[in-house]
Design a protein around this ligand. Sequence first.
Ligand SMILES: Nc1nc2c(ncn2[C@@H]2O[C@H](COP(=O)(O)OP(=O)(O)OP(=O)(O)O)[C@@H](O)[C@H]2O)c(=O)[nH]1
Ligand SMILES: [Mg+2]
Length: 377
Amino acid sequence: MASSNFVDYVKIYCRSGKGGPGSKHLYRDKLTQKGGPDGGDGGRGGHIILRGSKNHWTLIHLKYARHIHAEDGDGGSRSRSFGKEGEDKVIEVPCGTVVYDAETGEYLCDIKDDGQEVIIFPGGRGGRGNWHFRTATNQTPRFAQPGEMGIEKTIILQLKVLADVGLVGFPNAGKSTLLSVVSAAKPEIANYPFTTLVPNLGIVSYRDTRSFVMADIPGIIEGASEGRGLGLRFLRHIERNSILLFMIPADCDDIQKEHDILLNELQQYNPELVDKQRILAITKCDLLDDELMEEIKTLVPKDIQTVFISSLTGLGIMELKDLIWTEINKESNKVVEITHQPMHIAYKEVEEEEEEEEDEDEDDDLSQYKGIGWDEL
Ligand SMILES: Nc1nc2c(ncn2[C@@H]2O[C@H](COP(=O)(O)OP(=O)(O)OP(=O)(O)O)[C@@H](O)[C@H]2O)c(=O)[nH]1
Ligand SMILES: [Mg+2]
């Protein structure tokens, strides 16, 4: 997977800017010996901001941006002058990026729309200058507030592909073939499991002017939700699809069983996935003669809309597109909002092992950034 341009996981150490210290300046000029305190406030440290951008499809541009620091604020100065604010650092991410705390796996936020901005780590406040601390009993305070420390944290950015319909099936079910037939996408297709290693997106044009987005997701096997196969790594891409298209080949031994395994894996990963509207496509129907076809019709699960298709002959493809179009346009299926689960620990380990393999030489010593706390005066 290292060679792929599809980067859907990056880990970045972020530090927002420290606030500038307040000034302790005491006013004095030719004519005034003791002009009293006039130290200004320090400037705010720069924020770390995440911004959604439709110009990015993956997180590849952040793959080597391991440390991101916003600027510190400048100190205040004489004549109650404010220090300059530290410059914010804006990290552009594709729409559909979810942010987790790398240490705890806790969900932090979610960037969905183009232009949406989230201040993920605010810069430290600037310290107040000595001018604020003058009192009746202390008219020349020789102290000022230091700047507040910035926030330092390592975050994990994960991309969850946004699509109208996600293809869910065992390896070899014919998912990539369907995508290649209905869209201009050119996914790899082969007669062995796990041909598809990363999700492919395709735009399906529908009845002249309309279109929807289809995501071909790597095959899922029993145990995927616990990390078997490639499943766990990509199950998250299913979370953002409006509806799911289950795909089961006509020549499989037990359609009902395969359907139940797929459903169970989704449920294990995130119970909310099961609430999504599902359609079932029985694929490779060109392999069946009429008699077998009639028999199979009696064997499909009863509680799900089913279409019999063949990407080879085009059988049922139009019917399938019609059904998908109807379903994705239903108001009830438009809600793609989902509660993000904390990052799965097993999953985190898999990703981190892969990361380490890629850059063994990088050995970050973050302890140097551990600063002193914020002391109120
Ligand atoms: N006869 C027939 N074969 C098909 C059809 N669709 C796909 N195949 C074949 O099934 C095999 C697997 O197809 P893929 O599209 O790569 O399957 P996949 O579900 O994407 O598999 P993974 O990427 O491994 O998860 C290929 O050899 C295809 O040629 C079909 O409608 N009819
Ligand atoms: Mg495939």
